[in-house]
Design a protein around this ligand. Structure first.
Ligand code: ZN
Length: 116
């Protein structure tokens, strides 16, 4: 009987969460990134990315920086999904029923939050 759990393939070394967050921060300082882009860049699941972003959001607040999120937006009619607090774009626009929705994008800005 062949062994069941004969794991092959590359062994990805575990990085410290701090290292991942530093890399995410560097990416976010260079402009808006979606969770998917961040996930691909640091090779972590989007769920992990969300956790790291939450951590960054808290720690940045102590410094003179902040994490900003551009909400998902319908590419067809421009509807903005302001209330969705999720990393992934919704599947369909409630207005025009279009399915071309941009993902929410994250970025790091300097300075305190500016009031509208
Ligand atoms: Zn739409």
């Amino acid at each position: 009987m062949p062994p069941k759990a004969d794991r092959k393939g590359p062994v990805i070394p575990k990085e410290e969460p701090e290292t991942v967050r530093r890399r995410l921060l560097a990416l976010l300082e260079n402009g808006p990134r979606t969770a998917l882009e961040l996930s691909a860049a640091v090779k972590r699941s989007e769920k992990d990315i969300l956790g790291h972003l939450e951590h960054l959001r808290r720690t940045l607040r102590q410094g003179n920086r902040r994490l900003e999120v551009s909400p998902a937006e319908c590419r067809e009619c421009g509807f903005v999904f302001r209330k969705r607090d999720r990393v992934k774009a919704p599947g369909r626009c409630p207005l025009c029923k279009g399915e071309s929705i941009s993902d929410p994008a994250f970025r790091v800005e300097k300075g305190p939050r500016t009031l509208p």
